[in-house]
Design a protein around this ligand. Structure first.
Ligand SMILES: Cc1cc2nc3c(=O)[nH]c(=O)nc-3n(C[C@H](O)[C@H](O)[C@H](O)COP(=O)(O)OP(=O)(O)OC[C@H]3O[C@@H](n4cnc5c(N)ncnc54)[C@H](O)[C@@H]3O)c2cc1C
Length: 476
C-alpha cells in the first residue's frame, strides 16, 4: 500500500504497494543531539565492543613492555622520563591502531561499520597527538632535569646530536599539521580531497618516527624480542593496508571488470549509474552497503567517492544513485557507457541482521538510496516512510510503488515543507499513526542530518528502544 500526504497535515501519500527496491542516501554529519556514531544492531554493537577490548588489551601489553624494561625509578628526572616513555610507547602503538582502523579490513568494515571506524580514527587521532606531544615534552624535561641543564639546552642537544630524534620531531609536526587540518572548523574550509591527500603525510610521519623508537627507546635498545614484535606489528599493519587498499581493489577490478553500462536521470539533480561486471555475487554485497567508486575517466580517476547500492546487487549489475552535491557527484551524469571503474567494497554495517519483528525504513531526500535496496529485499513486514520537500524530489516513486505492491508492503510519502504541511511530519504522534506497532519494530533512518536527528528523537519519544533505531552517517 502507498499513501501520500501533502499540504494539510503531514504530506503523505498512501497507496497499496508491495515491493523491494532503492535511491541515493545523503546521510551527512552526525545529527545534533544524537549519541556519537550510529546506533548499531546488537551483534554489531557486540563486535564493536570486542574490537575495542582488543585495542585496550594491546595498550595494556604495551604498558607491560615499559614495566619489564624499567628496573626502578629514582629522582624527578627519572619520573618525568619514564612518564614520557610510557606516552611514547602508547603513541607508537596508537598510530599503528589508527592506520589499522583505516586499512579497510573486511571484518571491521562489515562487522563494525565504516563510519564508526572513521569516528574512532578521528577521536583516536586527537588522543595520539596529545600522547606524542606529552611524550616529547616529558622526555626533554626529564633529560634536562637528570642532566641539570635547561630545557632549551636539552632540546638543542637532542635535535643536533640525535638524527633519529630530529626525524621524529619532523614527524610530530607533520602529525600536528594533519590534526589541525582535520579539526572541524578547518575541515569545513578545506576541500575533501585536499584533506584526504594531506592525510598521506601521516604515513611519512610514521616512517620518519620509526627509527628513533629502536635507537633511543629503552624498551627496545636492550630487547631483541621487543624489537621483533614491535616491527612485526608495524609490518603487519603496513601489509594489511597495502593488501586491502591496493591489491584487493586491483584484483577485483581485474576479476569483475567493472564498467559503466548506463546512466539514468531519476529526478532533478539525481542520476542512477549502472555498473556492469562479472561474478558479482562473489562480493556478497548486501543492500544497505556502499562501495568507494573511482571512475577511470578524465578528471575523475584521481578521486574515489562512497555511494550506496540503490538496488539489490545482481550477479552482473550494481546500481548507485547519486544527488548532485558537488564536483564529483555532479559529474556522474556525464559518464559514458564503457567507462572502466575501480570499485572498493562492499563496506558498511548499515544492514539489518534481525528483521523478525518488522522493519520501518525512514528516508529523507537522497537518503532513500540504501533504504530502497533494503525495501526490495528485507524479509517480513516492512514499512517505508519517505520524506521529501517537494514531489519532484521523490526518487524511485514507480519502483517503490511496484515493490510495495509486489510484497504487500506499505509506503508513506510525506511531501512538502513544514509550513505547507502545518505540522511536524515526523513527530512521534504522526509516526505512531503511520506505523501501527512502531515501538516493537526496528527502524532504519537515512536522510540529511537535521531530519535524521529529529526522526531519531521522535522515534525514541514514540517508544522505539534506542537499540532498535539504526542510522549511519554519509560523512566520514
Ligand atoms: C557511506 C556513504 C554512502 C553514501 N552514499 C551516497 C549515495 O548513495 N548517494 C549520494 O548521493 N550520496 C552518497 N553519499 C554522499 C557522497 O559520498 C557525497 O555527497 C559525495 O562524495 C560528495 O562529493 P562531491 O565531490 O560531489 O562534493 P564535494 O563538494 O566535494 O563534497 C561535499 C561533501 O561530501 C563529503 N565528501 C566529499 N568527497 C567525499 C569522499 N570522497 N568520501 C566521503 N565523503 C566525501 C564531504 O563531507 C564534503 O564536504 C554517501 C556518503 C557516505 C559516507
Amino acid at each position: 500500500m502507498a499513501s501520500a500526504v501533502r499540504g494539510q497535515g503531514p504530506a503523505r501519500r498512501t497507496g497499496p504497494s508491495r515491493a523491494v527496491p532503492a535511491g541515493p542516501p545523503s546521510r551527512r554529519a552526525t545529527p545534533a543531539g544524537l549519541p556519537p556514531g550510529p546506533v548499531l544492531p546488537a551483534p554489531t554493537r557486540f563486535r564493536a565492543k570486542v574490537v575495542l577490548a582488543v585495542i585496550w588489551l594491546g595498550a595494556a601489553v604495551v604498558i607491560g613492555l615499559w614495566w619489564n624494561s624499567t628496573p626502578g625509578i629514582h629522582g624527578l628526572g627519572d619520573w618525568l622520563t619514564n612518564a614520557g616513555r610510557i606516552l611514547g610507547l602508547l603513541s607508537g602503538y596508537g598510530v599503528v591502531i589508527l592506520v589499522a582502523l583505516m586499512a579497510r579490513l573486511p571484518p571491521l568494515e562489515r562487522g563494525v561499520g565504516t563510519d564508526r571506524l572513521a569516528r574512532w580514527h578521528a577521536m583516536g587521532g586527537r588522543y595520539v597527538i596529545w600522547l606524542i606531544s606529552g611524550h616529547a615534552l616529558l622526555i626533554i624535561w626529564g633529560y634536562a632535569a637528570a642532566a641539570g641543564v635547561s630545557v632549551t639546552s636539552e632540546t638543542a642537544t637532542l635535535l643536533t646530536q640525535y638524527p633519529d630524534v630530529l626525524m621524529a620531531t619532523v614527524a610530530w609536526f607533520l602529525l600536528i599539521g594533519v590534526g589541525i587540518v582535520s579539526m572541524r572548523a578547518a575541515r569545513r574550509r578545506v576541500r575533501y580531497e585536499t584533506w584526504y591527500y594531506l592525510h598521506f603525510y601521516t604515513y611519512l610521519a610514521i616512517a620518519l618516527a620509526f627509527s628513533h623508537q629502536f635507537a633511543d627507546g629503552a624498551a627496545f635498545v636492550t630487547s631483541l624480542a621487543a624489537r621483533f614484535w614491535w616491527s612485526a606489528l608495524y609490518v603487519t599493519v603496513a601489509g594489511l593496508v597495502l593488501w586491502f587498499r591496493a591489491v584487493v581493489p586491483l584484483h577485483a577490478f581485474a576479476r569483475h571488470g567493472y564498467v559503466v553500462s548506463g546512466v539514468r536521470d531519476e529526478a532533478p539533480g539525481v542520476v542512477s549509474v549502472y555498473i556492469r561486471g562479472s561474478r558479482l555475487s562473489e562480493l556478497s554485497a548486501e543492500p544497505g552497503q556502499f562501495f568507494r567508486w573511482r571512475f577511470l575517466t578524465r578528471g575523475m580517476w584521481w578521486q574515489s567517492h562512497p555511494y550506496s547500492l540503490s538496488a539489490a546487487p545482481s550477479d552482473d549489475t550494481l546500481r548507485i544513485t547519486v544527488k548532485d552535491l558537488g564536483d564529483h557527484s555532479g559529474s556522474l551524469r556525464r559518464l559514458r557507457p564503457g567507462t572502466r571503474v575501480l570499485a572498493e567494497g562492499p563496506y558498511g554495517a548499515f544492514t539489518p541482521e534481525n528483521a523478525g519483528r518488522g522493519v520501518v525504513l525512514l528516508a529523507g531526500g537522497v537518503g532513500i538510496t540504501p533504504l530502497r535496496a533494503m525495501f526490495a529485499t528485507l524479509p517480513g513486514r516492512v514499512t517505508l516512510v519517505y520524506r521529501a520537500s517537494s514531489p519532484g524530489d521523490i526518487v524511485f516513486r514507480d519502483e517503490l510503488d511496484a515493490i510495495a505492491r509486489a510484497r504487500g508492503a506499505t509506503v508513506h510519502y510525506i511531501v512538502g515543507s513544514r509550513a505547507e504541511l502545518g505540522t511536524d511530519p515526523l513527530s512521534a504522534e504522526v509516526l505512531r499513526g503511520l506505523v501501527p506497532g512502531l515501538h516493537r519494530q526496528d527502524v532504519f533512518v537515512c536522510g540529511p542530518s537535521g531530519m535524521t536527528g529529529a526522526a531519531v528523537a521522535a522515534l525514541a519519544e514514540a517508544g522505539v528502544p534506542r537499540r532498535r533505531i539504526h542510522y549511519e552517517s554519509f560523512e566520514f
